[in-house]
Design a protein around this ligand. Sequence first.
Ligand code: C5P
Length: 225
Amino acid sequence: MMRDRLMVALDMPDREQALSIRQRIGDSVGWFKVGLRLFVAEGPSLIRTIVQNHRVFLDLKFHDIPNTVAEAVTSAGNLGVHMTNIHAEGGLEMMRAAAQSAAAFPQMKIIAVTVLTSSPIQPDQARHEAVHKATLARDAGLDGVVCSVHEVANIKKACGADFLTVTPGIRWGDQPQNDQKRVADPEMAIRQGADYIVVGRPIIQASDPGAAALEALSMMQRASS
Ligand code: C5P
C-alpha cells in the first residue's frame, strides 16, 4: 500500500496547526514526520497524540557522544514512535550504541542521515559519500538511511534490498525546490526503489493539503503499474 510509504513532514509551528493539517489529510497517508520545529515547540505530548492514529517518524537527527545518543534513542522508543534517526557523521561507535538502544523497541526502526538533500554537493560525490555512510550504518546494525532518490539504487546495491531508504527532497510539477538541491518526484522515487518518501512543503503549504497528498500517492502508484 503506497499510503504506508508516504510520510508527511508536519513542519508546523504549533500543535493546533499540526493537528489541523493532519485532519485535512486524514487517513490517506500512513505516516507523519515530526521534526525540529514542531518538536521544540510542542514536545512529547503531541507525539503521544499523533501515534494514537498514525505511525510517527521522529526526525531529530541526533548527533552527540554515544551515551547521550543511546539514551535519546531510548526516550524516542518510550514515546512509541515507529522510526527515529541519527547523523551518520557521528561515527560507528555512536551508531552502534544507538542500534543497541533501539533493539529494545521492536516497533521502532532506526536510520542514519547520510548526506542532507539540501547539501550543495556534486551528485557523484553525494553518491560516493552516501554509500560509504550507509555501509557504516549497516555495519553498526541500523535499519537504513535517509538519502536522496539519486543515491537509492547504489545504496541498495551496497547494503542489500532490505536496508531501508527514506527519501526527502521530493518535488513535482513546477513546485519550487526551496532549500532542497537533490530532488526527484514521487514516481521516480518509487521506481528507484525508495522504501519511504518524505514530503513537507509541497503538501503542507498546498491550498488543499489532502488533494496534494492524493496527487503524491497517485504518482507513487504510477511507478508500480
Ligand atoms: O518541505 P520539504 O519537502 O523540503 O521537507 C523535507 C523534510 O525532510 C523536512 O522536514 C526536512 O527537515 C527533512 N529532511 C530533509 N533532508 C534530510 C533529512 C530530513 O529534507 N536529509
